[in-house]
Design a protein around this ligand. Structure first.
Ligand code: ZN
Length: 202
């Protein structure tokens, strides 16, 4: 069985969503290690890697102060909007910015050219992780499915905001029910030994 053409989508691993940020996701920093491993793996085999980022103007209806839900976060060209410095960086990684206007744009496909770019790269399946499970990850996964991509959602490479307890769990169920495969990335350091038939998640 041949492996489908895959792309990796790393959702919103930005300072404001990590510890010390204005909208810190509980345990958000824990996604970095498994995501770095996936980034390395994808780059090594020449597969596309995308990092998405919330990239808001200082004034937007997305923020509570202007009628939205959230505290101010990820304002363009501020430290809070930068990717967490521990997240792997590489010139081969493409950045998708969203939330440039007044709409919430929880999905990386909202008002971006991500779908077109993936189609041009003949991507059949996207592997998704990042922050947060119950918002941008979930909506990105659901949109990817709507665009006809197969999706692997990496459960141990995402964390939830959990405004209501259980939101993260429900988001996982919703993604699974919509057709995403919920998978677990191998822990860091668990390299495949030569000759061994180690299970390969991706
Ligand atoms: Zn936002």
């Amino acid at each position: 069985m041949t492996q489908p053409n895959q792309a990796l989508i790393v959702v919103d691993v930005q300072n404001d969503f990590c510890s010390g940020g204005t909208l810190a996701v509980p345990h958000g920093d824990e996604v970095i290690e498994p995501l770095n491993k996936l980034i390395d793996e994808f780059l090594e085999r020449g597969a596309p890697v995308y990092k998405t980022r919330d990239w808001h103007p200082p004034t937007t209806k997305h923020f509570a102060a202007y009628g939205g839900t959230w505290p101010v976060h990820c304002v363009q060209n501020t430290r809070g909007a930068e990717f967490n410095p521990a997240l792997r960086d590489d010139p081969r990684i493409d950045v998708i910015s969203n939330g440039l206007g007044d709409s919430d744009c929880y999905s990386a496909f909202d008002e971006t050219d991500l779908a077109t770019r993936l189609q041009q790269q003949n991507v059949e399946e996207v592997v998704v992780g990042g922050l947060a499970t119950d918002y941008c990850v979930k909506h990105t996964v659901l949109d990817a499915l709507k665009y006809g991509f197969k999706v692997k959602a990496v459960e141990n490479a995402m964390r939830a905001v959990d405004l209501q307890p259980g939101d993260g769990e429900r988001a996982i169920d919703e993604m699974r029910d919509a057709g995403a495969e919920i998978v677990t990335a191998r822990p860091a350091g668990d390299s495949i030994k030569p000759g061994a038939q180690a299970p390969r998640t991706f």
